[in-house]
Design a protein around this ligand. Structure first.
Ligand code: NAP
Length: 284
């Protein structure tokens, strides 16, 4: 019989579960955390320190074993610190990189740094910790598919966002420096990053994929509906096969599947979760 000192009460601790890292604690991020938290111990990392207590409480209420921490993904030191925290938790089984800014949430340069430099820093740190069976899912966007592919010289710069003069090099090539253009370019670059990095992940027996949502009913999605892109979004929905936004449950379904062993032969590719919008835009 166990002694009373050995007993654990009043905690969600599940040392038996594998570790998942979720980056971004907004709409899709929290819904992903709730889902992955059913089968993983979680580390949830996001920018705003003042939101940590509420996020911790929400996950605790669901009985999830979670550490919630602050990380600025644009800061290499902050990402390294997150890496040390994750390493202290045990082998990293799953990464869901969800954090990004939509066009209404920042200027051209900030979007480039958060959506692409940040994603690449997380990819680099995660690969260092990957073990056989690790899977990483990077959330891109249907916006990365909808725009015309960038010119080869722009793509070459986007493929190497960790060089110190990345932003300046890009600005020499892109005349339209708007947040919307930054969003399209960074989301397109993320699709390419997951394809280009698959071989390196494969060397460790690990997988990397992207998942591209169409319009999803989240606070970020609502913000875009209020802004200057409202009519563009409405036109897309009018033309779409399903005639509605997706839900956060549906993006969590896709991320959970891609990260699972059921997707063990899927790497270096993208899953479009857009209710068929790209299909109707391109093919009808
Ligand atoms: N919603 C849609 O319709 C839609 C459509 C297509 C693609 N997506 C993609 O889906 C993902 C999630 O979207 P969402 O609607 O859930 O957005 P959201 O609620 O705004 O969440 C984005 C999260 O990114 C975090 N973040 C921002 N800058 C950061 C930084 N420097 N370091 C660390 N974290 C940072 C924010 O952190 P804090 O909250 O801690 O400040 C926020 O929680 C994004 O990649 C987005 O591009 C969304």
């Amino acid at each position: 019989m166990r002694s009373d000192a050995e007993l654990q009460t009043g905690t969600n601790q599940r040392p038996d579960l594998p570790v998942a890292l979720v980056i971004g604690g907004g709409g899709i991020g929290m819904s992903t955390a709730r889902r992955l938290g059913q089968s993983h111990r979680l580390v949830l990392a996001s920018l705003s320190a003042d939101r940590i207590p509420a996020r911790e409480a929400a996950l605790r209420e669901d009985g999830i074993d979670a550490v919630v921490t602050r990380c600025d993904i644009t800061d290499p030191g902050s990402v390294a610190e997150l890496g040390r925290l994750v390493a202290s938790q045990g082998p990293l089984r799953t990464i869901a990189h969800v954090a990004a800014l939509s066009p209404s949430m920042g200027d051209w340069r900030t979007l480039l740094r958060v959506n692409l430099v940040g994603a690449r820093l997380i990819e680099r740190m995660s690969l260092e910790q990957a073990v056989p069976g690790t899977a990483a899912v990077f959330v891109s966007s249907s916006a990365g598919h909808l725009a015309e592919p960038p010119a080869p010289e722009i793509t070459a710069v986007l493929d190497d966002p960790l060089v110190p003069d990345f932003v300046e090099r890009l600005e020499k090539l892109v005349p339209e420096r708007t947040p919307l253009q930054a969003y399209r370019l960074t989301k397109n670059a993320l699709l390419r990053m997951c394809r280009r990095r698959a071989a390196a992940w494969g060397q460790k027996g690990a997988r990397i994929v992207s998942m591209s949502p169409g319009p999803i009913a989240t606070p970020m999605g609502a913000l875009e509906f209020e802004g200057p892109h409202r009519e563009v979004k409405l036109t897309m929905l009018r033309q779409s096969p399903l005639g509605r936004e997706g839900t956060m449950t549906e993006t969590a379904d896709a991320i959970e599947f891609l990260a699972s062993d059921r997707a063990s032969y899927i790497t270096g590719t993208d899953l479009l979760v857009d209710g068929g919008i790209l299909a109707t835009t391109r093919f009808s």
